[in-house]
Design a binder for this molecule. Structure first.
Ligand code: LMR
Length: 398
């Protein structure tokens, strides 16, 4: 039955982790998969998350099913984290389901779109996270790209983006990265969000916001400002939330998918479709991660401690951006590396030719996905000179 299946190429991002593990070099550096790392290269569980987890385990008396929508407290609190005070205002118009991480949220959104409006097209940024197109497209929904990144200036290709959006037909869905654009690290300014909101509104376009890095750009509130601007103005909005990075809950697969609908009656109907979609794919989401996040968010002290830990992570990533830019500039004063410090979140694109990127992995033992995206959190005081030497050695290759 399966004899005709051929071995597939490795996943562009997860394959980097496997290649890194296989490399016997003692000096290898992993700038691949988007996980936060501390100065020792570890991905710690935030202390507030650990504390909430300990309390949960101590209190848990049953493992009975949580129900198709998942943990309702989690759903409410995570949407409140994303939308701030708007959440209460939009509560009746919001239908939320706990999902299998942020990926599950994106997929849930695509499945619902495909069921409700099978002809709709989701427009994703060019470039976008390597798994966006496979993950959304596998639902059967059609995908197209809109211009987003300008490699020459290493900033948002805003005029081209806006011009493109202005030509889309009513009902087109536009996937926007809430903050910390993956892979480019370039985000819309608030003024640009405002202009995008105008176009979406005028053209009858539907935003689908992927919020996977809230708190990793500047802080929890600032990183959600664009999303909140859209949510306050547009009749319909889709929102995918991940707790993988900011709560450090990666393997627990905690996330949520929400739709803000035009009215409360539509939201109530959507909730039934969310539940049925989940039931048909995996029945119901896992409990543990979402229960932890709900507990952290519901306890003022834990919440503050967690926010302080997120703030420390982002401060470290900003410091590493400056450090790498500095070490690169010291080696090549003729080349501008200031873009590293202007960009946000974990990622930036090196902007090198494929031959240079492949040499970084195979000759220099510095690993990254084939698009040349680097995870800044993989840089450390201990390896920054080695990373800078390697990048400088392959500059101009290809
Ligand atoms: C990444 O972009 O590296 C992360 O979101 C992890 C993943 O699943 O690709």
């Amino acid at each position: 039955m399966f004899g005709n299946l051929q071995i597939l190429p490795p996943d562009p991002i997860l394959g980097v982790t496997a290649a890194f593990r296989r490399d016997p070099s003692p000096n290898k550096v992993d700038l691949g998969v988007g996980v936060y790392r501390d100065e020792f290269g570890n991905t710690p569980v935030p202390a507030a998350v650990r504390e909430a987890e300990r309390a949960l385990i101590a209190e848990q008396s049953t493992k009975v099913y949580v129900g198709p929508a998942g943990n309702l407290e989690f759903n409410e609190r995570i949407v409140e984290l994303a939308l701030g005070s708007l959440a209460a205002q939009l509560k009746d118009r919001t239908a939320t389901i706990q999902t299998v991480g942020g990926c599950g949220a994106l997929r849930m959104g695509a499945e619902l779109l495909h069921a409700a409006a099978p002809d709709s097209v989701v427009h994703v940024s060019d470039p976008t996270w390597a798994n966006h197109e496979p993950l959304l497209g596998n639902s059967g929904i059609a995908l197209q790209r809109y211009p987003y990144y300008e490699p020459k200036t290493r900033s948002v290709a805003f005029d081209r983006m806006l011009d493109h959006l202005q030509r889309l037909p009513a009902g087109a869905v536009v996937l926007l990265h809430g903050c910390c654009h993956n892979p480019s690290g370039v985000d819309l300014s608030l003024g640009q969000w405002d202009a995008v909101a105008d176009v979406l509104d005028q053209r009858g376009l539907v935003p689908f916001v992927d919020l996977a890095y809230q708190g990793f750009g500047d802080d929890i509130e600032t990183d959600a400002a664009g999303l909140r601007l859209l949510a306050g103005r547009l009749p319909t909005l889709l929102l995918a939330i991940s707790c993988s990075k900011n709560f450090g809950l990666y393997r627990e697969r905690a996330g949520a998918f929400a739709i803000i609908a035009e009215d409360a009656a539509t939201a109530r109907a959507i909730a039934t479709h969310q539940a049925r979609t989940g039931r048909r794919m995996y029945s119901m989401p896992p409990d543990h991660g979402a229960a932890i996040a709900a507990r952290v968010l519901g306890d003022a002290q834990l919440r503050q401690a967690w926010q302080d830990e997120v703030a420390a992570m982002v401060a470290r990533m900003k410091k590493l951006r400056a450090l790498l830019a500095d070490r690169l500039s010291a080696r090549r004063p003729d080349v501008d590396f200031s873009w590293l410090t202007r960009q946000r979140g974990m990622f930036s694109l090196l902007g090198l030719e494929p031959a240079a990127i492949s040499a970084l992995c195979s000759e220099e033992h510095v690993f990254m996905p084939p698009d040349g995206r680097i995870n800044l959190a993989g840089v450390s005081d201990a390896n920054v000179d080695r990373v800078a030497d390697s990048i400088v050695r392959v500059l101009g290759r290809g």
